[in-house]
Design a protein around this ligand. Sequence first.
Ligand code: HEC
Ligand code: HEC
Length: 276
Amino acid sequence: MNLKLWISFGAAALATSAAAQDSNDLVLDGNAFLTEIAAPSHMENVDTIYSGWRFRTSETQALQSDDFDNPGMIFVDQAIDLWAKVDGSEGKSCASCHENVEDFAGLRPTLPRVEEGELVTMENIINECRTERMGAEPWKWSKGNMTAMTALIGLQSRGMPVNVAIDGDAAPFWEKGKELYYTRVGQLDMACSSCHEDNYGTMIRADHLSQGQINGFPTYRLKNAKLNSSHGRFKGCMTNIRATPFKEGGEEFKALELYLASRGEGLVVETPSVRN
Ligand code: HEC
Ligand code: HEC
């Protein structure tokens, strides 16, 4: 751990020293989740990557450390109902074709992925099932039904390391995402990297800056009391630097999602995480 992080984590470590749990370890159902690991070799400026969980207060961390306290789980329960709900002209539910949602274990860490030349996210896959196979309306990217379902499906891979393909067909999308990550935009003339690479570990307006990892998405935010998509978060960050945000579900954010996923290579899926 570098000095900057050591200093900033020091306070949190002291605050929880009475508890048996080390504040650096996310323990869920008795399983320890890895929250830091050596950065993948494609990251030139960072040695170690950290889950966003590490940058939250001990109170927020505690909410994610127990599924009964995690408010994101309420939405997972809603998705279990949605899973069995018939919708659309074909009279089908997800359950009509997919026997168990548990069968999707292992899917989240590999998304987004390229299919027939297109970069495809979990939201795209779900909506393709809805429109092409159920004859139902697509769900909106960041609306409740969609984030609940991506949380339920993501949860099946909890604890599995992020492992997206970035070569072959995926390479041009990854390059585009990388370029967007380092491009300064907005009235504040900042790039994602200005905060999440150059300044993580520092405080920004009473918020503790993380590396902007997406292994916990969709994430429950105390601020808006709902699940938030990664694209919703990208949009918020762009708005904060007074840039015109790209569209949720658009090519730019999908490329950025792939690139960010690759910056979290080896961190484990924490869906649904809890944030302020
Ligand atoms: C009429 C049948 C049908 C219905 C209904 C259906 N799907 Fe699918 N789904 C498929 C088929 C076929 C595939 C592609 C083949 C595969 O990977 O299993 C697929 C693929 C998927 C995948 C990707 C699986 C993978 O490992 O790549 C996900 C996730 C998924 N569906 C979720 C859903 C959800 C959520 C619903 C309900 C909103 C739903 N599906 C409704 C037939 C269906
Ligand atoms: C002015 C600084 C700043 C810039 C520039 C910025 N962000 Fe953020 N971002 C934040 C802050 C503050 C938070 C909330 C604290 C945290 O998790 O880092 C945040 C949170 C995030 C998170 C959530 C991390 C988690 O663990 O829940 C993601 C993902 C993210 N940003 C992505 C981006 C992307 C992509 C860009 C570029 C389009 C970007 N940010 C630009 C300040 C910034």
